[in-house]
Design a protein around this ligand. Structure first.
Ligand SMILES: Cc1cc2nc3c(=O)[nH]c(=O)nc-3n(C[C@H](O)[C@H](O)[C@H](O)COP(=O)(O)OP(=O)(O)OC[C@H]3O[C@@H](n4cnc5c(N)ncnc54)[C@H](O)[C@@H]3O)c2cc1C
Length: 494
């Protein structure tokens, strides 16, 4: 048996990805490792990435984050889901909430009973049976022992990395300020052995985590891992980001509003709103996109919109030799479902599970890559779903989304739902049954058939049980404070 060979971990980059990896390694494996993080204030971070999903809370619990302290430090607000506007047709709106709908049985999911009710002419809206949906629509929020709510946060991206640094640097992370200008490799194995900095310093290590953002300094510029480009499915390649002053009460959801060649986000924080327009440069020029964004802001912009370019896709290998790419260096699925920070956290957790203590990189890298590739591709399919289901035909961009070919795995899912109302969450898949359901229904897919289990109960019992569930949820929501009031009390926000 090998002794511990891999001890010196060098993290290149100090954005959300770099500090997430550093914090988790220090918290969970600290005594076994020497952790160094290299970052450059002169280069800075990408400065976006403010909407998260509920797995974020699980990760925070693992690294011992106090919720109120985190929310105060990052001006965070609560998030119950995403409001999709104009996605099916102009003027439409649906919410994709974080919660589940009703109670399912081993034989059929709850929504099958709802589909039966719809076929019989009652049943209302599917959102009536989801607590988080009703609370989001009413802009309410509460945390209490009796209310079990599935939620996440909106946060200030630049403050988040700073917060992790403040909290975890003292737990054994050596931070080195400097620009990486060279990478040394072992002549035989090709493994990275050191980073060379602009001040002449060298930072040596056994394992390197590439968190250098879109540059992919180690994984791509050095190891040439290669990239799978998904822009034929996810066509946007640019974003203009701008922050605005806060206007009105803070809603507990992200807004994703489809525009002429992409979509606009509005992410409400305690002190300001994050805004941006994601667009496809093939269909919209930068100045038109800028104008569209500026014409659709609610508050005064705090600076000029900043342009970011990206290629949607993933590295062929996330882990190659002794380099693991985490964050934007590993690839990017556009931010429609706020999944990038989740992938950073999942990548970090998998790295800790598969940590190559004995210097045995290859088999562990294969396992890591197989898992992460599957997870990323299922997320990709879920994001494509929103585009392919559109019935917008008012611009060339939306027509091209509606008419594009999609991955077989996704078209099979859509057909299964259309045919039978069946939705599923596969192994290693992030998005739950309710997520697929809300998006497919929200964008106009109507199942032709449904499971007849509910017919065993008879119409009256089905009606009563649906009414009772809806009434219980509305009663609980009616008693909750507004999100704004709760936030103010909880965080002392404005
Ligand atoms: C338009 C847009 C919107 C997004 N919205 C969301 C969202 O709502 N939710 C979500 O989960 N994610 C979102 N993301 C993704 C999210 O921004 C990132 O996943 C997250 O910020 C992590 O970025 P990073 O740390 O990988 O890269 P960066 O923030 O770019 O950090 C890179 C780090 O590497 C350092 N560095 C680079 N080169 C060198 C060098 N030569 N020497 C030294 N240091 C170097 C930089 O200084 C920096 O510290 C969005 C992304 C984009 C583009």
């Amino acid at each position: 048996m090998q002794d511990q060979i891999v001890k010196r971990v060098v993290i290149a980059g100090g954005g959300t990805a770099g500090w997430t990896v550093a914090a988790a390694l220090a918290q969970q494996l600290g005594p076994l490792l020497d952790i160094t993080l290299v970052e450059s204030d002169a280069i800075g971070t990408v400065g976006v990435g403010e909407s998260t999903i509920p797995t974020f809370r699980t990760f925070h619990a693992m690294i011992g984050i106090d919720e109120r302290e985190f929310m105060r430090s990052t001006e965070a607000s609560f998030k119950l889901g995403i409001s999709f506007e104009n996605w099916d047709r102009l003027g439409d709106r649906y919410i994709h909430p974080f919660g589940d709908v009703g109670k399912s049985t081993w034989m059929a999911d709850f929504h099958q009973m709802w589909l039966l009710a719809k076929a019989r002419g009652f049943g209302g809206d599917i959102g009536d049976y989801c607590f988080e949906h009703q609370a989001a629509a009413a802009e309410k929020f509460a945390l209490s022992k009796t209310v079990n709510i599935n939620y996440s946060y909106h946060l200030d991206a630049s403050r988040y990395a700073e917060y992790l640094r403040e909290k975890f640097e003292a737990k054994g992370i050596r931070r080195v300020e400097g620009k990486i200008i060279g990478v040394t490799q072992d002549g035989q194995s090709g493994h990275v052995t050191a980073l060379e900095l602009d001040n002449g310093d060298r930072v040596s290590g056994d394992l390197f985590v590439d968190c250098t953002g879109f540059r992919g300094l180690l994984i791509e510029q050095t190891l040439k891992a290669g990239y799978d480009d998904w822009s034929h499915w996810l066509k946007t390649d640019s974003a203009l980001a701008v922050q605005t002053e806060k206007v009105g009460a803070v809603p507990p959801f992200t807004r994703a509003i489809s525009r002429s060649a992409g979509w606009q986000w509005r992410i409400p924080l305690q002190h300001r709103v994050g805004n941006g327009l994601v667009f496809c440069s093939e269909y919209q020029a930068e100045d038109e996109a800028r104008e569209e964004l500026l014409n659709n802001l609610e508050g005064e912009p705090l600076f000029e919109p900043r342009l970011l370019r990206y290629v949607t896709g993933r590295r062929r290998k996330f882990w190659d030799k002794n380099v693991v790419a985490i964050g934007l260096s590993s690839g990017f699925v556009e931010p429609l479902e706020s999944t990038s920070i989740h992938l950073i956290q999942i990548g970090t957790m998998r790295l800790m599970q598969l940590f190559p203590f004995g210097g045995n990189f290859e088999a562990l890298a294969t396992r890591y890559n197989n898992q992460l590739i599957l997870e990323t591709e299922r997320i990709r399919d879920f994001v494509i779903l929103h585009y392919t289901l559109t019935r917008r035909d008012d611009t060339a961009f939306w027509r091209s989304c509606r008419d594009m070919e999609i991955p077989d795995s996704l078209s099979e899912r859509i057909e299964l739902f259309r045919d039978s109302g069946i939705v599923f969450q596969g192994p290693d898949e992030l998005f739950r049954v309710a997520s697929w359901l809300f998006v497919m229904l929200g964008q106009g897919v109507e199942p032709q058939n449904y499971h007849h289990m509910g017919a065993l109960l008879g119409d009256e019992r089905v009606r009563k049980s649906l009414e009772s569930l809806k009434g219980n949820i509305s009663g609980a929501v009616a008693n909750m404070p507004s999100h704004q009031a709760f936030l103010q009390k909880y965080c002392g926000g404005t």
